[in-house]
Design a protein around this ligand. Structure first.
Ligand code: NAP
Length: 438
């Protein structure tokens, strides 16, 4: 019998558990750890609350979680309550599926002003992550600036633009829904340091901006390259750019019927945030493309900004003793292998890119590496205690482990508390989650 510990119960964690099950069959036991008492990581607290069809993939993870050889071990923080070294002593293989929970820092003057948030915090706030439930962003100003032109920027802009009715069927937490309903934001600027051909937004998600009840997307026609240049783009990006072209073609008469505007501002790099305690303006520098990179032209201008959300990517949390690639913001690894016995997968391996589905091949590939290391003898004989060893240590340290069965009770309580038409009302407080299991 081989024992695998997976740290993190998001998509990367559960696809890896599924791959272990399919590959090693009944010769493996897998424990999936999470520091929260609830599973599914980014599916629960990252994927937008109005994208329920994407969140549906958790049903697949549940099937894995309910099988005999996989176990959920919630409410245990590896690196704090238990070290990686201790875990490596208990399991044949430890796989870090810890994602990239920290914002890539917006390294400009004024970034510490009030009402400036990174996307991890802002998305965590509307998605009910316990760490960010108290964020309390001020939505009473007129203009929000969302920095970055990826799918996270799109999520944030869309959430800021939607009406209460448009959140029907979503699991946005009520504290955020109420704050958004009372919002006075009329203009949402999506700020990119490069041009329309360099956006990182996927077509389906970008297209959604064209169908909002109260908000209209705006692209200045002069910002778009000549149409014939689109032919050189890969098909997905070409489709996204065609959405930008259709936004540029929306007549003013149609725009006038909608009180909110989502303005795309290209070729402008953030230089400073300006304000007293709270942000009031953002200073940007016009850029030009040099070999595809944004280079400053020296010309600066300011945009009013009562709220700033920086959506410029994420970094993995370093863990003491595990080699870290500072520049890339993830664990140093060779195709998922950090060293025989210690692996990483998903965003912790490759950085914050790709869709939820990208984690599936990633999970299978890391299990293949573990298989190779077992076959070569690099992991030694099958003598590790696995679960039994962890349970003994957990009892000794009095860890309050939350099981999958406990999670199902928490889930039932969340479903019972749901607003009408919503799938659940998430607990945003760890103690409340723990109480619900009882
Ligand atoms: P992303 O796709 O890498 O986009 C990051 C954006 O930030 C880029 O436009 C980038 O511009 C910009 N940026 C980076 N550093 C900057 C700086 N210093 N100043 C100004 N702009 C800067 O990252 P993401 O939006 O965080 O998304 C992460 C991953 O999750 C992506 O793979 C995304 O597709 C995925 N995701 C998918 C969905 C979905 O499918 N529905 C939803 C959310 C996220 P440059 O290109 O110039 O560097």
């Amino acid at each position: 019998m081989r024992h695998i510990a997976i740290i993190g119960s998001g998509p990367a964690g559960y696809y890896t558990a599924e791959a272990a099950q399919k590959t090693f069959d009944d010769n493996v036991r897998v424990d999936v750890f999470d520091r929260l008492p609830v599973p599914y990581g980014l599916i629960r607290t990252g994927v937008a609350p109005d994208h329920q069809s994407i969140k549906g993939v958790s049903k697949r993870y549940e099937k894995v979680a309910l099988s005999e050889n996989v176990r959920f071990v919630g409410n245990v923080s590896i690196g704090e309550q238990l070290s990686i070294e201790e875990l490596r002593g208990l399991y044949d293989a430890v796989v870090l599926a810890t994602g990239a929970p920290h914002d890539r820092p917006l390294d400009i003057p004024g970034a510490n002003l009030g009402n400036v948030f990174g996307s991890a915090a802002f998305v965590g706030w509307y998605n009910g992550h316990p760490q960010f439930a108290e964020l309390d962003p001020d939505l009473q100003g007129r203009t929000a600036v969302v920095i970055g032109m990826g799918n996270v920027a799109l999520d944030v802009a869309r959430i800021l633009a939607k009406t209460r009715a448009e959140f029907a069927g979503s699991d946005i937490v009520t504290h955020a829904l109420d704050a958004l309903q009372a919002s006075r934001i009329e203009r949402i600027v999506i700020l990119g340091r490069r041009g329309p051909h360099q956006i990182m937004m996927t077509p389906k998600e970008l297209g959604e901006l064209g169908d909002l009840e109260q908000a209209s997307p705006h692209v200045a026609p002069a910002d778009l390259p000549a149409p014939e240049e689109d032919a050189l783009l890969e098909p997905g990006l070409r489709k996204s750019v065609s959405h930008l072209r259709s936004f540029a073609a929306i007549p003013d008469s149609q725009r006038a019927g909608k009180p909110k505007a989502i303005d795309f501002v290209f070729m402008s790099s953030p230089k400073a945030l300006i304000g007293n305690d709270k942000v009031e303006e953002i200073e940007v520098e016009r850029t030009q493309l040099v070999h595809g990179r944004a280079e400053g032209t020296g010309e600066t201008y300011r945009i009013p900004a009562d709220l700033v959300v920086s959506c410029i990517g994420y970094r993995t949390s370093p863990i003491p003793g595990v080699p870290f690639d500072e520049r890339a913001g993830r664990f140093a690894n060779d195709e998922g292998r950090i060293t025989p016995g210690l692996y990483c997968v998903g965003w912790a391996r490759r950085g914050p890119s790709g869709t939820i589905g990208t984690n599936r091949p990633d999970g299978y590939s890391v299990i293949e590496k573990i298989g190779e290391d077992i076959a070569s003898g690099a992991l030694g004989p099958a003598r590790k205690p696995g679960r039994a060893g962890f349970d003994a240590l957990a009892a000794e340290r009095k860890l309050d482990v939350v099981t999958f069965r406990d999670w199902k009770k928490i889930e039932e309580a969340e479903e019972r508390a749901a607003r009408e038409g919503a799938p659940r009302e998430k607990f945003v407080d760890i103690e409340a989650m723990i109480r619900a299991r009882r």
